[in-house]
Ligand binder design. Sequence first.
Ligand code: ADP
Ligand code: MG
Length: 250
Amino acid sequence: MNGEQGRLLLKIEGLGKRYHRRRVLKGINLKLFSGETIIIMGPSGCGKSTLVRCINRLTEPDEGRIFFDGLEVTGLPVSQLAIVRRKIGFVFQQFNLIQRLNVLENVSFALRLYGQSKNEAEERGIKALSRVGLKSKAFNHPGELSGGEQQRVGIARALALEPRLMLWDEPTAALDPILVGEVLEIMEELVNSKDTTMLVVTHEVGFAHRAANRILLMNQGEIVEEGKPETVFAAPRSEIGEKYKKLLKN
Ligand SMILES: Nc1ncnc2c1ncn2[C@@H]1O[C@H](COP(=O)(O)OP(=O)(O)O)[C@@H](O)[C@H]1O
Ligand SMILES: [Mg+2]
């Protein structure tokens, strides 16, 4: 517990994005409170990645405003985006590890970039690797690791920032089914620790049901349903919700 539980951490107002005149986000509103885990689900192409990538402006939104920790992200000049990005950890579907760097270098790279000394950065890197059970692989290269281990390095890289918010974009979608479990297990531990606020895009209904404080269902650039998992999966009001309910039963 960080003593800040329940404080408004992220506010998104009227967020819109177009690609080639097609609206892929149509006025998204969202509030995320400290310590919360929100899980976003929805069919492929509905705008989930675009939404999470707009939060730290990896993707530039066209409309709307985003406030993080009291600061308007959408108002920041590009040169000042690091102020926000160092407080937000991002876990990607495709890991995005740098192959020529070893595991520890991958994990501490951003800290070095943000001005920490080599020693400090490595110390925090080792701590983060311990949390994902990979301290012993610190000096291996990504290519020597399994997909599940590589994603755990991706998680450690985000954790090393000691972020206020963690964004996860389908972190298990690129993994073989037998490797998904080890990554979900770590994610659940992190959720349960409540150290970090989480916004997770995933299709893992079982995980979503157990871990989410709130579920958001998206379809065609809009949030079509929102609620506690026990409500959304038991008595969905949207067509998309019905589909996930069926998945959960299987
Ligand atoms: N860089 C891009 N250029 C053009 N269209 C894009 C780009 N990124 C995403 N899109 C389109 O925007 C829509 C939403 O994409 P995305 O946010 O990736 O969906 P999701 O993550 O839910 O699968 C899709 O139709 C996708 O093809
Ligand atoms: Mg996506």
